[in-house]
Design a protein around this ligand. Structure first.
Ligand code: EPU
Length: 455
C-alpha cells in the first residue's frame, strides 16, 4: 500500500510535503475510485458470505484500515494489482489503485474496537451490515474529529425503527435484533451520507419494505446501491431523496468497480484554476462535479467535458465567487478548503458558507499563515483575495485541509511546507507524485516533531 501505510509516522517524526510557489499545474491526471465509496463497498461485502472483489480501490491509508477492520471480523482480505490505466498519465499505471479481494465467513464477528474506529470513523458503516447478518453488533463510538462534532443519532434512530434495540456502554454502540430487522418508514432529519448507507445496508436483509425519505443522493450512495442490487438486493430510487428497499433473505457476492473520486478530481480542478493551469482529469464523470465546475467557470476558467473526463484551463487571475456547501448535488463540503484557497487568490471578496460540519473553518487559521485574508463568523467566512500568498510552514488538520494547503502553496511566494501530511495520505494516493507529474517542484520528507515541554 501507499505512503503512511505502516500507520502513524514514527513518534518523533512528522511527514511533510514541500512545494515551490509560483507553480502552474499542466498535464493529464487520472483519478481512481472514491475513498468514500470503496470504504462502504468493503463494508457491504459483509452482507454476503463468499468472495467479493472490488476494483479501482484507491491505494490510501483509510482503505488499509478498513481492510484491518474486516480481518478482525474474520474476513480474509488481500490487495491485488488492478487493471492498468495509461502509465504515461499522472495517477495512471496501477500505482494508485488496487483490487481488494474479501472472503467473508458464514458468521462474521460482531465487534469493531476503538483502536481502529478512532483511526477510521467510517468503520461505523459495519453497524448496518453486521446487524443485518448477525442480529447483534458492538462498534466503538467514533466521537467527533477535526472537522467537527459528528453525530450518530440518525443511524441509531433509523435502526431502532427497524426493530433494533440500541444502547451505549463504555464507549460502544451496541445494537441487537435477535428476531431480525423489519422494514420501516424512516424520514431522516438531514440527508446524512453515513446514516443513509448504514440504513440501506441493514434494510436489504430486513423483512418487508423500508422507505428512507430525505436520503442522501451522493454518487457514492448510487454506487453502493448498484453493488447491492448486483448482489441480489431490491433497492429503487438510488440518486433520489426517496429510497425504497424490499428486503430479501440473502445476498450473493459480486465483483464491482468503484466509482471515480469526485473530490480528488475537484481538488485538481481548483488547483488548475488557482494556478492559471491547464489540466485534463480522467476517470470521473464530470456530472458529479457540476456545481463545482460551474463555480470555476464563473471564476473565469474554461471547462470542456467529454465522457469520463474534463479539461480545465485558466489564463487569468480568478474572479471572486461565493460558495455555499450543501449535500449533493450541492457544492461538496470536502471541497471547502479548495474554495477558500481559490477565494484567497481571487480578484475581489468571496462569501463562503459551510453548512455541513461545524469545524471546517479550523483550516482558515492555517491559510492565514500563508497570508490569506479571511474573517470567519459562525458558519460564514469572508475572504478578500490577495494577488499572491506567502509560503510558510503550515499544518494539515484533516485530509481535505491538507490537500487545500498544498494547493494554496502553489500560489505562494517561496516554499510552503505542509506538515502532518499523513492526513493527506488517508484520501489521496501519492499526491506528491501526481503534483510532480503536473509540473510542480515538490518533495516529501520528515521533520522532527517538537518535543512536549513539561515543568
Ligand atoms: N449527522 C448527525 N447525526 C447523524 C449523522 C450525521 O448529526 O446521525 C451530522 C454530522 O455531524 C454532520 C452532517 O450530519 O454535521 C453530515 O454528516 P454525514 O453523515 O452526511 O457525513 P459522514 O457520512 O459522516 C461522509 C464523508 C465525509 C463527507 C460527508 C459529507 C465518508 C467516510 N465520509 O461523512 O468525507 O464530508 O459525508 O459529504 O463517506 C472526507 O472524505 O474527508 C470526509 C470528511
Amino acid at each position: 500500500m501507499g505512503p503512511g501505510d505502516a500507520g502513524d509516522p514514527a513518534v518523533n517524526d512528522v511527514d511533510v510535503i514541500r512545494v515551490a510557489g509560483d507553480a502552474r499545474l499542466a498535464g493529464t491526471v487520472h483519478v481512481v475510485g472514491a475513498k468514500n465509496s470503496a470504504l462502504k463497498l468493503m463494508a457491504a461485502a459483509l452482507l454476503a458470505p463468499g468472495r467479493t472483489v472490488i476494483t479501482n480501490v484507491p491505494r490510501i491509508t483509510d482503505i488499509a484500515i478498513m481492510g484491518e477492520v474486516l480481518r478482525r471480523l474474520g474476513c480474509e482480505v488481500r490487495f491485488e494489482a488492478d487493471d492498468p490505466v495509461d502509465p504515461m498519465v499522472a495517477g495512471g499505471g496501477t500505482a494508485r489503485s488496487r483490487s481488494v479481494v474479501i472472503d467473508v465467513p458464514e458468521r462474521p464477528g460482531t465487534e469493531a474496537d476503538y483502536d481502529l474506529v478512532r483511526r477510521l470513523r467510517a468503520s461505523i458503516c459495519v453497524l448496518g451490515p453486521l446487524l443485518a447478518r448477525r442480529g447483534y453488533v458492538r462498534v466503538a463510538h467514533p466521537g467527533g474529529d477535526a472537522i467537527g462534532s459528528r453525530g450518530l443519532d440518525m443511524h441509531i434512530a433509523g435502526l431502532a425503527r427497524m426493530g433494533a434495540d440500541i444502547s451505549g456502554e463504555h464507549g460502544f454502540v451496541i445494537a441487537a435484533a435477535p428476531q431480525g430487522l423489519h422494514g420501516a418508514e424512516i424520514v431522516l432529519d438531514f440527508p446524512s451520507v453515513g446514516a443513509t448507507e448504514n440504513l440501506v445496508m441493514a434494510a436489504v436483509l430486513a423483512r418487508g419494505v423500508t422507505v428512507i425519505d430525505n436520503a442522501a443522493r451522493e454518487p457514492e450512495i448510487v454506487d453502493i446501491c448498484t453493488m447491492l442490487n448486483q448482489m441480489g438486493a431490491r433497492i429503487s430510487g438510488a440518486g433520489s431523496s426517496m429510497l425504497r428497499i424490499v428486503g430479501v433473505p440473502e445476498l450473493h457476492p459480486v465483483r464491482h468497480a468503484t466509482v471515480g473520486d469526485r473530490i480528488v478530481a475537484g481538488t485538481w480542478a481548483f488547483g488548475a484554476a488557482m494556478t492559471r493551469g491547464d489540466v485534463t482529469v480522467t476517470g470521473i464523470d464530470p456530472v458529479f462535479l457540476e456545481v463545482a465546475l460551474d463555480k470555476l467557470v464563473s471564476a473565469g476558467a474554461l471547462v470542456e467535458t467529454r465522457g469520463d473526463a474534463f479539461r480545465i484551463r485558466a489564463d487569468d487571475r480568478p474572479a471572486a465567487v461565493d460558495v455555499v456547501t450543501l449535500p449533493y448535488p450541492g457544492f461538496a463540503t470536502d471541497l471547502l478548503p479548495m474554495a477558500i484557497g481559490l477565494a484567497s487568490v481571487s480578484d475581489g471578496a468571496s462569501l463562503i458558507t459551510e453548512n455541513i460540519f461545524d469545524g471546517r473553518f479550523m483550516f482558515a487559521n492555517e491559510m492565514m499563515r500563508l497570508g490569506a485574508d479571511i474573517k470567519t463568523d459562525g458558519h460564514h467566512a469572508v475572504v478578500r483575495g490577495r494577488d499572491r500568498l506567502s509560503g510558510a510552514p503550515v499544518r494539515a488538520t484533516d485530509i481535505r485541509a491538507g490537500a487545500g494547503l498544498i494547493i494554496a502553496g502553489l500560489c505562494a511566494d517561496g516554499v510552503t511546507e505542509v506538515s502532518h501530511v499523513h492526513h493527506v495520505d488517508r484520501g489521496y494516493p501519492d499526491f506528491a507524485a501526481d503534483l510532480r507529474a503536473l509540473g510542480v517542484e515538490v518533495e516529501r520528507g520528515t521533520v522532527p516533531q517538537a518535543p512536549d515541554l513539561t515543568i
